[in-house]
Design a protein around this ligand. Structure first.
Ligand code: TXA
Ligand code: MG
Length: 314
């Protein structure tokens, strides 16, 4: 049930979470399906309704940087610097986990991914619940993340108490996930905060992931963020095809995308979702510029166009 985030509805949603129920919440990146992070049973239901592999850990959302200490065993200098600079915002830090945090949240890992979202409704919900919130994107495994309340997967909608409508997500791509458990910080998933901004904040270069390293990051798959139609990245889309284009569209089956990385990212999932409804065999995507600020967009386009269904990236 989609509801407006009135104070009454936020209070009801917070109480539902405290009682072990699930709620869909908006964030600035994508909509997430939320559970009380301390409630292992509720967290397990998230895995079930998303059909999410058990080895894929979930991000914990807090309403204040200090609340990170409740789930993290240790917050090093890099974590402090990054969160001071980018929270609230689309940055997730991976740090050692507190023993007491249910292992279901972190899929058995000794680390926990934490972020403070920059969306008033998400922050209000965390405060109403009174607990940190475990929340993956509110889509089924491998599929496109929802960037509006209406885009939340129907099966997920059936199993939650409320879908809080926070309007369209302004970032539109998931958060940047940075692993801070090693001496050298590394990006596990590019996202709303750019590599250049993270490096500028830390004053060091981020490490590169060695080949095979994605295995260290459970839940990073070659194919992901994918519509049902096959996605092909091309220089110029065939006339009349279902496509994301940069020039004037040749038909109403094409969507003109902005030539700005942030605006493109904000529009991408909605555009792919719209073209997916045409049920064509292929959605063509004109290749964006190969510039550093397009890293997150490229990551999602590569994963959406990958043919590999479900095996771990190696
Ligand atoms: O923007 C976002 O991050 C959204 C909103 C809802 O906050 N959430 C999101 O969650 O994208 P999800 O579950 O779809 O993606 C979380 C990613 C996964 O790829 C997972 O592998 C990684 O974060 N992750 C979570 N905990 C981790 C950990 N302890 N170590 C390494 N990676 C972790
Ligand atoms: Mg996801």
């Amino acid at each position: 049930m989609i509801v407006q985030p009135t104070p009454e509805n936020l209070a009801r949603a917070g109480a539902a979470l405290r009682h072990g129920k699930l709620v869909v919440m908006p964030t600035e990146t994508v909509y997430g399906v939320a559970a009380d992070a301390w409630n292992a049973e509720a967290v397990m239901r998230i895995f079930e309704i998303k059909e999410r592999p058990r080895e894929n850990p979930i991000i914990v959302h807090v309403a204040h940087p200090e609340e990170a200490q409740n789930v993290a065993a240790e917050f090093n200098e890099a974590a402090r610097r990054l969160t001071e600079r980018f929270w609230p915002g689309p940055l997730t830090v991976v740090v050692p986990k507190r023993e007491e945090l249910p292992k279901e949240v972190t899929a058995g890992a000794s680390t926990v991914a934490i972020r403070m979202p920059a969306h008033q409704v998400a922050l209000d919900l965390i405060r109403a619940c009174g607990c940190p919130i475990a929340a993956p994107s509110a889509n089924r495994f491998m599929q496109l993340s929802p960037t509006s309340a209406e885009a939340v997967d129907a099966r997920i909608a059936e199993h939650v108490e409320f879908i809080l409508d926070g309007g369209p997500c302004v970032v539109g791509l998931e958060s940047t996930v940075v692993d801070l458990t090693d001496e050298t910080p590394r990006i596990l998933r590019p996202g709303g905060v750019s590599r250049a901004d993270i490096e500028a904040c830390l004053g060091t270069s981020l490490g590169v992931l060695p080949p095979g390293a994605l295995r260290r990051s459970p839940g990073m798959y070659q194919r992901h963020y994918a519509p049902r139609s096959r996605v092909e990245i091309v220089d110029v889309a065939p006339p009349g095809s279902a496509a994301l284009v940069f020039e004037e569209p040749s038909s109403e089956r094409q969507i003109k995308m902005p030539l700005d990385a942030a605006a493109y990212g904000a529009a991408l999932y909605r555009a792919l979702r719209t073209l997916d409804m045409l049920e064509d065999e292929v959605i063509y995507v004109e290749a964006p510029p190969d510039w550093p600020d397009w890293e997150a967009v490229y990551d999602r386009l590569r994963k959406a166009s990958a043919h590999d269904h479900g095996s771990l990236a190696s």
